[in-house]
Design a binder for this molecule. Structure first.
Ligand SMILES: Nc1ncnc2c1ncn2[C@@H]1O[C@H](COP(=O)(O)OP(=O)(O)OP(=O)(O)O)[C@@H](O)[C@H]1O
Length: 257
């Protein structure tokens, strides 16, 4: 693993019984970059993320996060990453501040650090004045920024976000992505899944996964040029159609997937 890589997977594979959810995935995320992980529903993005976070054991292959092995060093990884799952893990009956306190406790922050981080993150998320508001009464965009703040309390070096903006309005999405870019500008590595191509367009790197297979990886302009497409959405559609044609052909030849 190079010093410049934050995340590396080599032939990472996850099977659920007969189903191959992630098939021999090899990818690399440079430190300080934003890597957009794209693919249709059910293509293996969340499964990959769960393996990288140490929440799911790979069937085979290798994965490292900041040089730590996902198979054997998941505790070291968990201490150094911030993870936001598809369903924000907030306590709806706790206030903004109480949610932050809860996660500060999980990350075992000392009193002073807790106070300092809470103040910084409340400001960063634009939650000033809402400290006493119940998380359950916040709109989607605020919930999302609170969940991000909770994931950042322990100053992680890598941020892993699984569809953080699903169902959030365009203005909130824009504010959220401004924060993501600011964090990356400060050296944070971000791995993020999204179905929104306007968001993907602003990533430094893109990986497209389909039925567990990583089809392509590159910068948005390089992928658009390679596929002679107008934009990333067209690249995405072309890749999916090509794959569907290929799997149809192999099914006709009796090869199966
Ligand atoms: N715990 C599990 N047991 C069995 N199959 C699973 C499990 N988790 C995921 N799968 C299957 O693995 C495949 C990949 O799912 P995954 O959730 O990783 O896809 P995804 O790309 O994140 O999809 P989405 O965009 O809908 O979140 C799917 O076919 C899914 O049904």
């Amino acid at each position: 693993m190079s010093e410049k890589e934050a995340i590396r997977c080599v032939q990472l594979t996850k099977r659920f019984q007969e189903r191959v959810a992630v098939n021999s995935l090899t990818l690399s995320v440079p430190k300080g970059s934003i890597y957009g992980f794209l693919g249709p529903n059910g293509s293996g993005k969340s499964t990959t993320i769960r393996m990288l976070c140490g929440l799911l054991t790979p069937t085979s292959g290798q994965g490292t996060v900041l040089g730590y092995d996902v198979m054997t060093q998941s505790e070291e990884i968990k201490q150094r990453i911030g993870y936001m799952s598809q369903k924000f893990s907030l306590y709806e009956d706790l206030s903004v501040e109480e949610n932050l306190d809860f996660y500060a406790g999980v990350y075992r922050l000392g009193r002073e650090e807790r106070k300092e981080r809470k103040a910084e993150l409340i400001e960063m998320a634009g939650l000033t004045g809402r400290e006493k508001q119940l998380a359950g009464s916040l709109s989607g965009g605020w919930k999302q920024r609170l969940a991000l703040s909770c994931a950042l309390l322990h100053r992680p070096e890598v941020l892993i976000l699984d569809e953080p903006t699903a169902g959030v309005d365009p203005v909130s999405r824009r504010i959220f992505w401004d924060v993501i870019h600011e964090l990356a500008g400060q050296g944070m590595t971000v791995l993020v899944t999204t179905h929104y191509m306007d968001e993907a367009q602003t990533c430094d790197w893109i990986g497209f996964i389909f039925f567990g297979n990583l089809l392509v990886q590159g910068t948005p302009p390089a992928l658009i040029a390679q596929h002679q497409a107008a934009d990333l959405e067209e690249v995405f559609i072309k890749l999916v159609r090509e794959e569907e044609r290929r799997s149809l052909l192999s099914a006709e030849k009796g090869e199966g997937r």
